[in-house]
Every structure is written in C-alpha cells, then in structure tokens.
Ligand binder design. Sequence first.
Ligand SMILES: C[S@@+](CC[C@H](N)C(=O)[O-])C[C@H]1O[C@@H](n2cnc3c(N)ncnc32)[C@H](O)[C@@H]1O
Length: 245
Amino acid sequence: MSQSHPTADPAFLDRLIAAYEHYRGVLNPRQKKGIRMIFSDLSGDNQAVSQNYDIVAPFYDDLLNFMDYQTPTKLTEIVSKFLDLEDTNLSIFDAGTGTGLLGEYIRQAGFRGKLVGVDISPESIQYIQSYRSGIYDWVTVGDITNLLEIPDASFDVVVSAGVIGLAPQESLDEILRVTKSQGLIAYSLNQNRYDSEDFWGTKHESLRNKNLWQNIEGYPEKHTYYANQDLGLSSYFYIFSFRKC
Ligand SMILES: C[S@@+](CC[C@H](N)C(=O)[O-])C[C@H]1O[C@@H](n2cnc3c(N)ncnc32)[C@H](O)[C@@H]1O
C-alpha cells in the first residue's frame, strides 16, 4: 500500500494555492483543480495524468519555479558529471518531458548533442513546441511504457524527472530497451513511494540480477523536492543511476 505524497495533504494544497495566488494573482477554479490534481496520486491513470497536466501546462514552469522544484537541476548535475556535454554525437532521451524544464537545464549546462522527449500530456508537448522549440530536437506525445516509435538501443542517456511513480514500473523496461549498451539511465522517484512500495527495489534488483543494468556507485542520492521553505513542506526524492550492461 503506497503512502501518499506529502503534497497530497489538503492543508498543504490550500497553503500552496494561497501562497501562489499571493505571488501570481487569482487562479480560476479549473487552475486550482489542476494544481490539486497533479499533486494527488494519479499513478497508473494515464487519462487523468494527461488531462490534469494539460490544465497546468501554461503555468507549470511558473508554479514549479515558485516552489523551487529541484529534480531537473539534480538530474542535470548527474548528466554533467558523466557526459562530455560538448560531444555532438551524444543523444539524450527525456522520458516525460512535461513542459521541458529538464531539457532547458541540460542545454544551459552546455549539452550540444541530440535531445529527444516524450510526454503523455499534449498541452505540455505543445508548450515545448511553442516556447522551447530550440531545446529539443524532437518531441512527441506518447506513453513511456510503450515507446512505439523508438527503436531499441537508440540513446546514450535516458533521464526522467518526476515521472516514474506516476508512470508504472514497466516504464523502466522500456527505458532500458531504448538505452544503448553501456548507456546511462538516471531517474527520480518519490522517497515515500520507493520506501513504501517494495516492488521498486525488487524491480531494480531483478534487472541487476539479469545483468541488464548495474548500479552506478554513489547512488541513490536523496534530495529535497522543493526548496521554497515558506511552503512548510518536507518531501524528498531519490535519484537512481544505472549503467546498462
Ligand atoms: C511532475 S511532471 C514532470 C515533468 C518534467 N519531467 C519536469 O521535471 O518538469 C510529470 C510528467 O510526467 C508525465 N507522465 C506521467 N505518466 C506518463 C507516461 N506514462 N508517459 C509519458 N509521460 C507521463 C506527465 O504528463 C507530466 O508531464
């Protein structure tokens, strides 16, 4: 039985919406509902995920910047540590791009190779096409548990920020499939979820035992999700990093 994410706490959501309105101005009921929903447990319900991320897509960056969302920054640090960012032959797949925050950080860090992304929310992909067209080489609407258009062993690196957990564990098989041999996989997972749902650890171990991937030394790392202290929220995510065998 999964523990809910601390952000699903209704009192926290009231506080967040009030603080964000104070900062940005009045939100309409649909926008407020969208915020409540994306911080609820939508895992496994692709239709709800897509609909609610569609609602928040126009202000997702602004809201997450307000919360001081840390996941894309931390994943970018890993990419920067393990890759020669100037190597134009390298390719990165962003599994669950959202509005493209992670891609933006990776480009800001100096990545000059190919960047491709998929997300299940059409409005998030539309946002990238409208506002971040120079960041990704290609983005499309799709489900990361079933990346039909992407052949096996296509990418040197697969990164995923804040997606897995919402997307089920099968997404790890698909991520592994599209990664090249010796490629890097780095993804974040909510701490509560990992600690309360045994199947994540079991899945990691099973892929390790089948010699499909190996842990990269020093991982997982644990980080705070949102650095905005005024919101009074303590929640954490792990970053897992693996090398495909
Ligand atoms: C918390 S947001 C993270 C977005 C982005 N990676 C970031 O860090 O800003 C979660 C994203 O996962 C996407 N998502 C959830 N399940 C998915 C799935 N099965 N396939 C593709 N995208 C999915 C949602 O549409 C949403 O954009």
